[in-house]
Design a protein around this ligand. Sequence first.
Ligand code: GLV
Length: 388
Amino acid sequence: MTTITHIGDLQALAKKRVPRMFYDYVDSGSWTETTYRENESDLQAIRFRQRVAVDIAKRSTATTMIDVPVSMPVALAPTGLTGMQHADGEILAARAAERFGVPFTLSTMSICSIEDVAAQTAAPFWFQLYMMKDRDFIRSLINRAKAANCGALMLTLDLPVGGQRHKDIRNGLSAPPKPTLANLLNLATKPGWCKGMLGTRRYGFGNIVGHVKGVEDVSTLSAWTMAQFDPSLNWRDVEWVKKEWGGKLILKGILDAEDAQRGVDCGADSVVVSNHGGRQLDGASSTISALPAVVDAIGSRAEVWMDGGVRSGQDVLKALALGARGTMIGRAFLYGLGAMGEAGVTRCLEIIHKELDVSMALCGRTDVQSIDRETLLSHTLPAFCSPR
Ligand code: GLV
């Protein structure tokens, strides 16, 4: 039995248990992967201000994200192909999130459908939307999310065209995998994963197959999807989505303060400072470096969250200290899911919660809602942090 002490242990286990093409899909950024790496390294460069002899006996990591009570300010980010990390992955991750008291976001490009997840969970989850050319299909996705009682719609803005991830091309990524010799040899080394997949019927893009005329064959679906993503996406579309949806709107994929302001003008309740985990514009800034300017620009008009590079509770604390109200994790929970299914996602959340709680305590803080820049050592803050 492997001892799991931190997210890196879950990652190592996921690497052993998940077929190469799906593990690589998660552990990759676009082109040179510079932005993917800098999301993590810029977070790591920041240091905490240790404080002592403060009564930290009673502590709380509870807060809210767009008025949803959360046990810690960490939501599960929408991630494509989650049901390929582990059979029925989206359902398992949603259940683990629900039990832990944090939000789960279902991707448009999930394996389990909106209806599947709704039928297997009690807490409202959030639904992530990609803007596609077929507006009737977008409307039907929005209506399905309403019917499933989703608590918020998260519109992704940073994928009007796809960033290139070299490993996906080399691996011939598809869902399900094609029966090539290389894939079969690799699958032969992943018996647990194969057993899980034999026990489910969910191995295509569940939100799409059967819902779009002429799309029955999953093997052509990713090509169809790339052809469908709408490169003309602009702020008028964002206003249109807000109107069609009528509920809480989260805009994900913003790095620029002016864009954040435009997004809030369009009715966003939250903007997520995100570079798609370094999977889109390689060479864009890391999210922790983009965060302070967005926070300054938005003030109290909307919530500002951050994802990208968050692999520990310490990363969460640093993002909060630089003004984020909440954070989202993608890879961290996917490694847990690939390693140990639902229990692995729970383990991931436990690890991050403990790291957040202990780090907060050792910084002399008792309430996650009171975290501010004083929690950090100012001389370790990079130049991107404007003085206050
Ligand atoms: C989709 O969201 C991806 O990053 O692959």
